[in-house]
Every structure is written in structure tokens, then in C-alpha cells.
Design a binder for this molecule. Structure first.
Ligand code: PCA
Length: 218
């Protein structure tokens, strides 16, 4: 069984992206008989989904965890939902900036993660890694990839989802504007490794999610 772990190339003028630093650090890891395969995705609307599809076809994973950078987030953001819209605040790495364009024309408004998001958050916290459920993956390339991932794997029996990561300290040190939270790459690698351990355990247990209340009013 393979676990596909995707990360993005740097974007927005950065030279690092924590999602790729973490994914590549875990590439080749064997966990309880499962093999981690890391694939880098371009931060380009026109190329990200073909690259994802190629990775899915090539590696036929049993679990997919897609990772992305979310500057400003202070913990591991386990995303609940992908929405069918691309609405870019900044141009992607090819200069494209779609505004209010569907990811997949005629597709449903949204797809939910098929990972047990509450169990994952609880398990990460219990292991010492701050984590929370996020109700939005934004409307940039991460959300596009998350939507395309859930669309591609619909009814395939492959559990998949998305997690946003905080900045790396090297990025936060030079970030313009008010200071932003960051986690070291070692901490992020350890946390994502733990997330994969938790997902493998949940796979053994039939993917039942924990009934932990998480709603907020804001
Ligand atoms: N973060 C961006 C795109 C690539 C990444 O790592 C996002 O949140 O959409």
C-alpha cells in the first residue's frame, strides 16, 4: 500500500514551501508496511491537476494526504471542505489569476475530506502537535488541488484530504508586514509523520471519525 503525500513548489516570491520540504523529507518512508511517496505539484492552476492525476495513476495510493502552505496559520489545519471555485488573490507561478472560475465546470459546489478529520486533529493534539479543523482551504491552488483530488477519488475507496501547514521560520523571518507564526521543518516533518501513523491506525479501524464538537460562530 502506498501513501501519496503531495507538496507544492514555492510560490508568491518565496524560495521555500513547507509542504514540499515536509513531503520530500518523508519520501520513501516505510510505515507499518505502507510506503510514502512524495510528489511535488506546481503552484500553477493550469498544471496542478494534471500533475496530481499523473501521480494518482502512477502510484495508485491507498491514502492521499495533500499538503500546502498557509501563511498566518499557527497550527496544522486539517481541511474539512474543498469548494468549486478558483478566486486568486495573487497570480500563480505562471502569472494566471482566475477570478470566480469553477475548478470543474458543472461539478458539485463542494467535496468533503474523506479523512477522519476530528480523529486526526485529536490524535495530533494528543501527540503534542497543535492542530485544528479548518473550514476553508481558501480559493487558490491548494483548494483547487483538494477539490480535484476529491473529485478524482470519489467512490474509489481511497481516503484523501488536505492539510495546511504554517510557515517555516526562515520564511517568517523575512515576511513583510506583521510577524507570522512558524514551525521548524523538523517539527513539521514529525507532525506529518504522526498524521500518517494516525491515518494508518484509522484505516485499520475502519475510518470511523471521532464525534468531537468543533463548530464555531466565526
Ligand atoms: N499554498 C497555496 C498554494 C500552494 C501552497 O502551498 C494555497 O494555500 O492555495
Amino acid at each position: 500500500m502506498r501513501i501519496l503525500l503531495t507538496g507544492f513548489e514555492p510560490f508568491g516570491g518565496q524560495s521555500l514551501n513547507p509542504s514540499w520540504e515536509v513531503a520530500r523529507a518523508l519520501h520513501g518512508l516505510q510505515l507499518q508496511g505502507a510506503q510514502v511517496v512524495a510528489v511535488q505539484l506546481p503552484c500553477v492552476f493550469a498544471r496542478a491537476l494534471p500533475a496530481l492525476q499523473q501521480a494518482l495513476s502512477q502510484h495508485t495510493p491507498g491514502i492521499v494526504l495533500a499538503l500546502g502552505q498557509a501563511e498566518g496559520r499557527c497550527d496544522f489545519s486539517v481541511e474539512r471542505v474543498a469548494i468549486n471555485v478558483m478566486d486568486a488573490r495573487i497570480p500563480d507561478n505562471a502569472g494566471a489569476q482566475p477570478i470566480d472560475v469553477p475548478v470543474i465546470a458543472g461539478g458539485p459546489a463542494a467535496y468533503f475530506s474523506t479523512l477522519p478529520i476530528k480523529s486526526l486533529v485529536a490524535g495530533l493534539r494528543a501527540s503534542g502537535f497543535p492542530a485544528s479543523v479548518s473550514q476553508t482551504a481558501g480559493t487558490f491552488v491548494c483548494n483547487q488541488v483538494f477539490y480535484g483530488l476529491q473529485h478524482a477519488l470519489m467512490d474509489q475507496g481511497v481516503h484523501s484530504g488536505f492539510m495546511h501547514l504554517p510557515l517555516l521560520p526562515e520564511q517568517a523571518a523575512h515576511w513583510p508586514g506583521p510577524s507570522l507564526p512558524s514551525w521548524s521543518v523538523n517539527l513539521q516533518v514529525a507532525g506529518v509523520r504522526q498524521a500518517l501513523v494516525l491515518l494508518l491506525a484509522q484505516r485499520q479501524q475502519g475510518w470511523a471519525d471521532a464525534a468531537i464538537g468543533g463548530g464555531t460562530l466565526n
